[in-house]
Design a protein around this ligand. Structure first.
Ligand code: ATP
Ligand code: MG
Length: 169
């Protein structure tokens, strides 16, 4: 399943699916590409406090990735996250694995699309795999069973509203 597009709501849609899984007693691994452990997100606080079945992991540096010229460390961390996802898919431990912002990791060259396609190929039938992020490559869109494109109609950012706890993070 893929959530892509330029509007707000991709990561939160994936979190909604994760919440449903947890409700049915399934364990979820929610991997965040290009996000550092130093960034605090409400979803991570909620998971740690209330949702033992929702495991959230940040696989990135705290600094923003330079999209036109990524650091080799960013490349390494994205590959580690992909390896983690591969192991999780075959472990039998998880009902769902989410690769949050993986599409952006592909778009800026941290991963190549073949590597992500390989991961999709390795997915057992009984595990749900969710990919989020803008710029989803066509190969992945073609391969997915479900694609939703979140299209921006308006965003409060353009009115100068800064990122808020509970809304953006
Ligand atoms: P969310 O995490 O709120 O579901 P998202 O995953 O769809 O958003 P991303 O593309 O991952 O959005 O962008 C990350 C951040 O940028 C979010 O905090 C979001 O609020 C903000 N954002 C999303 N869409 C826009 C937009 N069209 N203009 C400005 N900022 C945006
Ligand atoms: Mg997002």
């Amino acid at each position: 399943m893929v959530y892509t597009g330029n509007g707000k709501g991709k990561t939160t849609a994936a979190l909604g699916l994760a919440l449903r899984q947890v409700g049915w007693g399934r364990r979820v691994l929610f991997l965040q590409f290009m996000k550092g452990k130093g960034n605090v997100y409400g979803e991570r606080i909620a998971a740690e406090k209330y949702l033992p079945l929702l495991e959230m992991e940040q696989h990135g540096r705290d600094e923003f990735v330079n999209l036109s010229n990524p650091d080799p460390v960013d490349v390494e961390l994205a590959h580690r996250a992909l390896e983690r996802a591969k192991a999780a898919l075959s472990s039998g431990k998880y009902g769902m694995v989410v690769l949050d912002e993986v599409n952006v990791a592909v778009a800026c060259g941290l991963l190549c699309v073949e590597e992500v396609m390989g991961l999709i190929d390795s997915k057992p039938e009984n595990v749900d795999l969710v990919l989020t992020g803008r710029y989803c490559p066509k190969e992945i869109l073609d391969r997915a069973d479900m694609v939703s494109e979140v299209q921006e109609v308006k965003h409060h950012y353009s009115k100068g509203v800064a990122a808020r706890a509970g809304i953006e993070y």
